[in-house]
Design a protein around this ligand. Structure first.
Ligand code: AGP
Length: 606
């Protein structure tokens, strides 16, 4: 979740490094720094906070050097401050790092005993001194391979050397790293997004590989230090340069883009003429799949949980769902007839990627649902279902969530039909209903003013609950997560029927509680649960669907009615007011909406 950029050029690099770091801030923004080589010296500038701080604190326009590395940090070891900011440098080596060195403590002790002096609390600084130590006795390639062998844990590295004025070394294990090719210059970056402004030609390093990047040459090596040839990929153009347009925040733009997200997904996967699902080159015969396991983190996990309900309903398969950081360490019983589906917007989340690697190692059937099609998870799954929603910059996921659950819903329809669990008439009807979804979302997005008005109640409360049953329960979890990560107030998503088994004790006078109760099979029971919390003083925001029947209950604080539709599709509509509730709560608090504190867009470390 840190961002790395390196440029080796025939001209000054500081401006391009700064621009790339600004694009990389979605990966982390606790601190930022640059190191360039100029006149045989390493020039290192770094500061706490955003890249803007770096620009305010240093005259970067006059920062000399035709080769340099840059870094934006999401702190893992050592508090976010100037000392712990990357790059870290010795007298002759400077390093930027994304990942976690798990044996840094023992290596540090050994290096201190050998006379090395440390300035920071970071694990990264160990890498600097280890390379410096190894270079005393070994040629460069051997010093690099030896150093990488000594490191335990994950890393993406960018390294420059005082005595080698045009070389950047990159190395990858567990954290993504890419090389880009430009005119009279070449690049190293954490991901393609950082490099897109400069090139559309990219090569990804695989785990264990390292590379030598010069302005006119790039060499790749495997773990043993043997040269390897690698393909140059042309980047997809669907991530053209990106700005907020007239929106105040990327998140606001991405919320409003959701009708387009759904339209794109429908265009991609639905044959409107024949009212059929187009999922081409599915690598397995449907009879080979007897169960499904869905795996993800955060919002992507909520997509998995949402999909569980649809898969169970439509395919009659056994479905399990797992949080990736749990799955990767549990004693799993891998089954050949299980389809493992990995959901990840970035396609680089460390825990989800590790869970995929575990399944690949056990030769399981793996499918990924991703937004970044050049990502590690996408490239290393047997089968990929892209959501095509364009770059999602806001750290809080919105359109990617809807894109994920759309693709998963479409997949459940297809598998259900192929397994004869839903008949042709029902299948065609559901596809027909799906096509009305963009318009329904457009209408739901209009609930703007009423949500703005009620958002401050959530800000003033010491906590809130989000309740739902069945299809609405994963949406309750997602709504609570949005409010937590944007306005930093406690919120808890809970199965409505479960409140009476303990959490009802939390309810007190005036506590805001969101109740998701569309007119589906769970409606009546959820309304009863709603009355239980109202009876104990809760201020209930009821989000239901339009109906000619009145809601049978009094003392509801506020009601929002989404459009009526096929009940499979209510989750899409219920999500919208919850995204806006979190957005307006954070807006009222004046918090950084696109980059909430302590978070990052792509969590590429454990
Ligand atoms: C969602 O709003 C959060 N930003 C976070 O939970 C995110 O969904 C999670 O880190 C997974 O990211 P991924 O989809 O890129 O794997």
């Amino acid at each position: 979740m840190c961002g790395i950029i390196g440029i080796s050029s025939n001209k000054s690099v500081s401006a391009n490094i700064i621009n790339s770091l600004k694009k990389l801030e979605y990966r982390g923004y606790d601190s930022a720094g640059i190191a360039t080589l100029s006149d045989g010296e390493i020039i290192e500038v770094k500061s706490e906070g955003r890249v803007d701080n770096l620009e305010n604190n240093f005259d970067l326009k006059n920062l000399k050097g035709n080769i340099g590395i840059g870094h934006v940090r999401w702190a893992t070891h050592g508090i976010p401050n100037q000392i712990n900011a990357h790059p870290h440098s010795s007298h002759n080596v400077s390093v930027v790092h994304n990942g976690i060195i798990e044996n840094s403590t023992i290596l540090k002790k050994h290096l201190i005993n050998n006379g090395h002096k440390f300035k920071s609390q970071t694990d990264t600084e160990v890498i600097v001194h280890l390379i410096t130590e190894n270079l005393k006795t070994l040629e460069l390639e051997y010093a690099i391979t030896k150093t990488l062998k000594q490191l335990h844990g994950s890393f993406a590295l960018g390294i420059v050397f005082k005595d080698i004025p045009d070389l950047i070394v990159g190395a990858r294990r567990g954290s993504p790293l890419a090389v880009g090719y430009g005119p009279n210059e070449n690049y190293l970056g954490s991901d393609s997004y950082a490099l897109k402004a400069m090139t559309n030609k990219i090569t990804y390093l695989e785990d264990g590989e390292f590379c030598f990047v010069k302005k006119d040459q790039v060499l790749f090596f495997n773990e043993a230090g043997k040269k390897v040839n690698k393909k140059i990929l042309k980047l997809s153009s669907d991530e053209a340069s990106y700005d907020k347009g007239d929106f105040k925040h990327f998140m606001a733009k991405e919320i409003e883009e959701q009708p387009t997200t759904i339209k794109t997904g429908i265009k991609e996967y639905i044959d409107s003429v024949n009212k059929d699902v187009n999922i081409f080159n599915f690598p397995w015969n449907i009879d080979e799949i007897k169960s499904i396991t869905l795996i993800g983190c955060g919002t992507a996990y909520h997509s998995c949980l949402m999909a569980k309900y649809w898969f169970e309903e439509l395919t009659n398969l056994d479905v399990s769902v797992d949080i990736a950081s749990e799955f990767r360490y549990r004693k799993n019983r891998f089954k050949k007839d299980t389809l493992y589906i990995f959901v990840s917007q970035s396609g680089e989340t460390a825990d989800t990627y590790a869970a995929l690697n575990l399944c690949n190692k056990n030769k399981m059937k793996t499918c990924s649902v991703v937004n970044v099609i050049e990502s590690s998870i996408s490239r290393e799954s047997n089968f990929v279902l892209p959501i095509h929603c364009g770059p999602e910059i806001g750290v809080a996921s919105t359109k990617a969530f809807l894109g994920q659950i759309l693709v998963l819903y479409i997949l459940s329809l297809k598998i259900g039909f192929l397994r004869n669990e839903i008949d042709r008439v029902e299948y065609k009807q559901k596809i027909k209903d799906l096509k009305t979804l963009p318009g329904l979302i457009e209408k739901t997005l209009q609930h703007d003013n009423d949500i703005q008005a009620i958002s401050s109640t959530f800000n003033d409360a010491k906590g809130s609950m989000f309740l739902g049953r069945g299809f609405s329960y994963p949406i309750a979890l997602e709504g609570a997560l949005k409010l937590k990560e944007l306005s930093y107030v406690h919120a808890e998503g809970y199965p409505a029927g479960e409140m009476k088994h303990g959490p009802l004790a939390l309810i007190e006078e005036g506590m805001p509680v969101v109740v998701l109760a569309p007119r589906d099979n769970y409606y009546k029971k959820t309304i009863s649960n709603m009355q239980e919390v109202i009876a104990r003083g809760a201020k209930v925001l009821l989000i239901t669907s339009k109906s000619k029947d009145e809601v049978v209950s009094e003392n509801i604080w506020e009601t929002i009615e989404v459009e009526n539709t096929n009940e499979d599709l209510f989750p899409f509509l219920l999500t919208i007011p919850l995204q806006k509730l979190a957005y307006y709560s954070a807006l009222k608090k004046g918090y950084d909406i696109d980059k909430p504190r302590n978070l990052a867009k792509s969590v590429t470390v454990e």
